[in-house]
Ligand binder design. Structure first.
Ligand code: AMP
Length: 281
């Protein structure tokens, strides 16, 4: 497995690979890899010949007061896991290598980014879209895999590829949970035992809303959301049900509903979501 530190090295390798007919798959991550990340590598491997995993804690997607400086890192074991899952290369650039002094071009998505996490994390999706556009130009993938865990991000990246004409397919892979239902996240490692116990109420609430809609149809949503707001034992940022395709309100044409939540447990902000089929009672 190759390890690239310099953007130009990765791009040179990718150009050669493309010329040789190799289909490249890209899995962007911030490292501290867990089974959720590794499932994306497995999906990418099935759909490509050579998988590049990027490991980059992208400073431009963190706001002031967020956890950039303490974000967990485990580069050596991440590389071992990537190799075990058959990645062809890891790309782990230094901050300075990704953003030259005077970097002044940004990618702004202006519709899907407005709600949910975009409301409480201004500038976050600008940082995400910009770094992902750069990664697309460096790794030259034909397929890029993102997790449903970050549902809003995945839709924004699809829009990025569509609106800026990147010649690649964006695949959204299923959300992977721990045995207790909590969505796997690098940030789970910040949680104390007591916070972890409270964090379970986030996924439990989403499951309860899914079950309420399965039993009572879409009409049960408002009541289920109200009950949900009472059952999350953390500081809720949002708990919302939206049309999963547009992030607009649930309406007659909605086929799938995204129930998405963000809440803080201690200092740790976690997000989670579940997809629910829209159905009339
Ligand atoms: P991150 O390292 O948190 O930026 O995540 C990198 C990629 O892994 C993103 O596409 C995430 O959506 C995805 N991911 C993170 N956690 C999970 C999970 N529990 N299940 C599936 N994908 C995940």
């Amino acid at each position: 497995m190759r390890i690239f530190r310099e953007p130009a090295e990765l791009q040179g390798w990718a150009l050669d690979a493309r010329r040789a007919g190799v289909r490249i798959g890209l899995v962007p991550t911030m490292g501290f890899l867990h089974a959720g990340h590794l499932s994306l590598i497995d999906v990418a491997r099935k759909r490509s010949d050579a998988v590049v995993v990027s490991i980059f804690v992208n400073p431009t997607q963190f706001g002031p007061g967020e956890d950039l400086s303490r974000y967990p890192r485990s580069f050596e074991s991440d590389c071992r896991a990537c190799e075990e899952h058959g990645a062809a290369a890891v790309f782990a650039p230094a901050d300075g290598a990704m953003y030259a002094p005077g970097h002044s071009i940004w990618v702004n998505e202006e519709e899907l980014s407005c709600g949910l996490c975009g409301r409480s994390r201004p500038g976050h999706f600008r940082g995400v879209a910009t770094v992902v556009a750069k990664l697309f130009n460096l790794a030259l993938p034909e397929v890029a895999v993102f997790g449903q865990k970050d549902a809003q991000q995945a839709l924004i990246i699809r829009r990025l590829a569509r609106d800026l004409n990147f010649p690649l397919e964006v695949v959204i892979a299923p959300l992977v949970r721990d045995a207790d239902g909590v969505a796997l996240s690098s940030r789970n490692r910040y949680l104390s035992e007591e916070e972890r116990a409270r964090a379970r109420t986030l996924s439990q609430t989403l499951f309860a809303i899914r079950d309420a809609v399965a039993a009572g149809g879409t009409a049960a949503l408002p009541g289920a959301l109200d009950a949900g707001r009472q059952s999350i034992r953390g500081e809720i940022d949002y708990l919302e049900a939206l049309d999963a395709a547009t992030l607009g309100p649930v309406g007659a044409s909605t086929q799938e509903i995204l129930v998405a939540a963000a809440a803080k447990f201690g200092d740790t902000r976690l997000i989670d979501n579940i997809l629910v089929k829209s159905c009339r009672p």
